[in-house]
Design a protein around this ligand. Structure first.
Ligand code: GLA
Length: 337
């Protein structure tokens, strides 16, 4: 087996449900991810998986409707093959250390690692991320943003990544030396994410019809929205965008106590204004916040279950369902051909 490609999952430190509104996000790659090993050649992409049953068998030239492909995990492969349109096929295996359905972007890691294995141009991470984002939308019907794919591609070890999802400007912000990230699983597998996610996005778009771009809306504009649900959704997006820049500068200045407060404020906004938390996530965030050495914690990713992210002093002991701990990891790579 000559070819080896890797793409990491991510944890989002702050800026959730802002990417698809052209807002700001601050994710980082984690040390868990997905690998493809195999050989290029032929007219098919044929992949097995250590996680999911069945074989992805996708002809070059693509498939008409990725959503009709079986087994379900092969829909992501089909959509990526269609978007990347490689000259050569691939026979190999997919192996992953990322828990699926946990808010750690396991589906984005799968798209990105397949794109990488098929020879996508990693020197142009924005274009590859856009292709993978389209692939995810076509494979699932969920109108996802670009954060997960772009951080999996563009992350740099030791730095968090600020993404302006409007201009796709990337800023690498060194992670403080005296801090560590811990990711804990609530035990709740995300469910109904698709429809609830699409509904939230539609509500944000409806709010934008009233006040103009949420990115530019003032608190006064937002509070004047009559519909209480649309007002809350818009309030989350506008305040969360401000928290992204506040956290980026707090991390750059090593103001860790303030950084922790921002995580806590983000959780409250996702819970109360965006309504994507759950009682179990709230409870886990509450417990983790009380542990000595923890600066702050929040739900991470789309919500509705999945994981909590905590900012801590290094080696903080947390007795809980820790999935991963560490510092920002590297982005996707073609390790051998
Ligand atoms: C999912 C999507 C991302 C983003 C997050 C919420 O992970 O794939 O684009 O919208 O939810 O921040």
């Amino acid at each position: 087996m000559g070819l080896r490609a890797f793409a990491p999952g991510r944890v989002n430190l702050i800026g959730d449900h802002t990417d698809y509104m052209g807002g700001l996000v601050l994710p980082m790659a984690i040390g868990l991810g997905t690998e493809v090993t195999g050989d290029r050649g032929g007219n098919w992409v044929m992949l097995g998986s250590d996680r999911f049953e069945g074989v992805a068998e996708i002809p070059l030239g693509g498939v008409e409707d990725p959503m009709a492909v079986e087994p379900p995990w092969a829909r992501y492969v089909a959509a990526v093959v269609d978007e990347i349109d490689p000259d050569d096929g691939l026979v190999g295996m997919v192996q992953s250390t990322l828990p699926a359905g946990s808010g750690l972007a396991s589906s984005a890691a799968l798209q990105v690692v397949v794109a990488t294995a098929l020879g996508a141009d990693l020197d142009d991470p924005r274009a590859v991320a856009e292709a993978c984002q389209r692939a995810e939308q076509r494979a699932t019907g969920v109108p996802v943003g670009i954060m997960d794919q772009l951080v999996s591609l563009a992350a740099v070890e030791g730095s968090v990544l600020r993404i302006d999802c409007d201009s796709l400007t990337l800023d690498h912000i060194p992670f403080p030396a005296d801090a560590e990230i811990v990711v804990l699983h609530s035990g709740e597998h995300r469910e109904l994410t698709g429809s609830a996610y699409a509904e939230r996005r539609a509500q944000c778009e409806a709010a934008e019809q009233i006040v103009g771009r949420l990115r530019d809306a003032s608190p006064v504009d937002v509070e004047a929205i009559e519909d209480p649900v649309l007002r809350r959704r818009a309030r989350h997006v506008t305040t969360e965008n401000r928290r992204v820049d506040a956290l980026a500068s707090a991390l750059a200045k090593d103001q860790l106590a303030y950084a922790g407060e921002l995580l806590v404020a983000s959780h409250a906004s996702l819970r109360d204004d965006f309504e994507v938390s759950t009682p179990m996530l709230d409870q886990l965030v509450g417990t983790v916040r009380g542990v000595p050495g923890v600066y702050g914690a929040r739900v991470t990713g789309a919500g509705f279950g999945g994981c909590v992210v905590a900012l801590c002093k290094p080696k903080t002991r947390i007795n809980g369902p820790v999935v991963w701990r560490g510092r920002p990891a590297r982005g996707a790579a073609l390790l051998s051909t």
